[in-house]
Design a binder for this molecule. Structure first.
Ligand SMILES: NC(=O)c1ccc[n+]([C@@H]2O[C@H](COP(=O)([O-])OP(=O)(O)OC[C@H]3O[C@@H](n4cnc5c(N)ncnc54)[C@H](O)[C@@H]3O)[C@@H](O)[C@H]2O)c1
Length: 260
């Protein structure tokens, strides 16, 4: 059922890789025009080039932690697309550590990208999206924003913070912008969780798939990991008219790892 996003003009932050890239591809498949914004401008250009056969896509280099860059991103994306009626705040950073050991630099970096970056992008696009109307903002949170895990106090705090912003903006920007979050579980094919398992596989033996599979069997009710496409399909749904009555929500796509 292609074409669910015809007329949508979307910006996906962190779109050069992982979940963001999968969302960009799914949006193109459904007929949206897409700008991917990423701090890694070269990777963003490469991803846009690789996806260009699917539809209208281009790349803009942007560090979401810098307000001059997020404002410039909004101006340039609106110039290229005519307007922006979908913003996916996906750019994020992983970082683990016991609270007794995690460094101040890591705390600063996680807060800057995962929380301040989402706020700055929302700020840069909010007025134009409100003026446009029938607009959609999607904020990438995590199941770690809803439940606790050891070594994820800082990451979890940033993702819970995103949910707080999500609730407030859904009310503040209603009725012209719907604002929803996605809480992915653990992604099996690309992205930060997968890289973590790949790293551990060097020390623990077995492949990343073995480590991830064991984790899923022990911790996830559906006993499997999720794919980037599972998240992208939810991002398609939330940007489509099928979700026209949904705002202020935070949809879990984690096989039951959280249930509220
Ligand atoms: N992978 C998972 O299992 C998982 C689970 C739950 C939530 N998430 C969330 O999903 C989002 C995407 O994660 P992923 O696994 O695809 O990560 P990833 O590391 O594969 O990709 C993140 C992208 O964001 C970009 N980025 C990083 N800092 C940036 C900055 N300051 N400005 C602009 N771009 C920046 C990176 O260059 C990269 O292209 C993140 O918000 C993450 O917290 C991921």
């Amino acid at each position: 059922m292609a074409g669910r996003l015809t007329g949508r003009r979307a910006v996906v932050t962190g779109g050069a890789a992982g979940i963001g890239r999968a969302i960009a591809a799914a949006y193109l498949r459904e007929g949206a025009a897409v700008v991917i914004a990423d701090i890694n401008a070269a990777a963003a250009e490469q991803a846009a080039g690789e996806l260009s056969g699917m539809g209208e896509i281009s790349a803009i280099g942007c560090d979401v932690t810098k307000s001059d860059q997020t404002r410039a991103l909004a101006v340039e994306a609106i110039r290229r697309l005519g307007s922006v009626n979908v913003l996916v705040n996906n750019a994020g950073l992983s970082g683990r550590g016991l609270i007794t050991e995690i460094s101040e630099d890591t705390i600063d970096a996680l807060l800057a990208v995962n929380l301040k970056g989402v706020l700055l992008c929302a700020q840069a696009f909010a007025q134009a999206m409100y003026d446009e109307g029938n607009a959609v903002m999607i904020n990438m949170s995590s199941q770690a924003g809803k439940r606790g895990w050891p070594e994820l106090s800082v990451y979890g705090a940033t993702k819970a913070g995103v949910l707080g912003m999500n609730r407030a903006l859904a009310v503040e920007l209603a009725p012209r912008v719907r604002v929803n979050a996605i809480c992915p579980g653990y992604i099996s094919d690309v992205g930060m969780a997968w890289r973590g398992w790949e790293g551990r596989s060097n020390n623990e033996g077995g492949t990343a798939a073995d480590i991830g599979g064991r984790f899923a069997a022990e911790n996830i009710p559906l006993q499997r990991l999720q794919s980037a496409d599972d998240i992208a399909n939810t991002a398609v749904f939330l940007a489509s008219d099928d979700a026209s009555e949904i705002t202020g929500d935070a949809i879990n796509v984690g096989g039951g790892v959280v249930t509220d």
